[in-house]
Design a binder for this molecule. Structure first.
Ligand code: CA
Length: 222
């Protein structure tokens, strides 16, 4: 899962980036509203953590522009404790949730998981497909009730495919979930992760749709 953090405070942005990386996300960090607006217009993310007080373009304006493009991307806004009005404006402008600063990193990660889960239309905490169970919060995968060891990137590929069960995901879409800006994408990385997942779980779980991408079919998932 790739998320965008928009925060002009260097210390807080750094902490957000580190904390979310530790939770297994690929993180892009933008420090002003204009850069955030551009990134949201061109890149694909699973969610956004958006500070409201930003240079060049306010967080509210970034949010309004995003929604005016008909994007339903989950947005969590960060606001100062004394600004009830900002929170109301933020929610009215299309934010899905908010946190008051200072906040707890664990709570932020849990709220993001909830937003991403809701946006996928899944209500269960566990994702399941043909005996494979994936727990996003605990970052664990079980197959036929035995724990399976996956690398963080294998986990991310499987998570994206299970969240999007029934939809074909292209190699480019999967790569976008794996890498933050500036990180070098190893060629064939997605193929290698898929190969490992089929070996560690079972070969038929992930189908190859020739020339299009990869799929976990909807009838396997629940
Ligand atoms: Ca700020």
């Amino acid at each position: 899962m790739r998320v965008l953090v928009v925060e002009d405070d260097a210390l807080l942005g750094d902490a957000l980036q580190a904390g979310l990386k530790q939770s297994g996300y690929a993180v892009d960090w933008m420090k002003d509203g204009v850069s955030a607006d551009q990134a949201l217009g061109t890149e694909s993310y699973a969610a956004v953590v958006l500070d409201l007080g930003l240079p060049r373009l306010s967080g509210l304006d970034v949010l309004r522009r995003l929604r005016s493009r008909n994007s339903s991307l989950p947005v969590l806004i960060l606001t100062a404790r004394d600004t009830v009005n900002d929170r109301i404006k933020g929610l009215d402008a299309g934010a899905d949730d908010y946190l008051l600063k200072p906040f707890d990193m664990g709570e932020l990660a849990a709220r993001l998981r909830a937003l991403i889960r809701r946006a996928s239309g899944k209500t269960d905490l566990l994702l399941q497909a043909s005996g494979v169970k994936l727990d996003p919060a605990a970052h664990r995968v079980h197959y036929l009730d035995a724990s399976v060891d996956l690398s963080p990137k294998e986990f991310a590929v499987l998570h994206a495919l299970m969240l999007n069960a029934g939809k074909v995901m292209s190699r480019a879409q999967l790569e976008e979930q794996l890498y933050a800006w500036g990180e070098e994408v190893e060629s064939n990385a997605v193929e290698v992760h898929i190969h490992h997942l089929r070996r560690k779980l079972f070969p038929e779980l992930i189908e190859t749709i020739r020339g299009v991408g990869y799929l976990i079919s909807a009838d396997k998932a629940s």
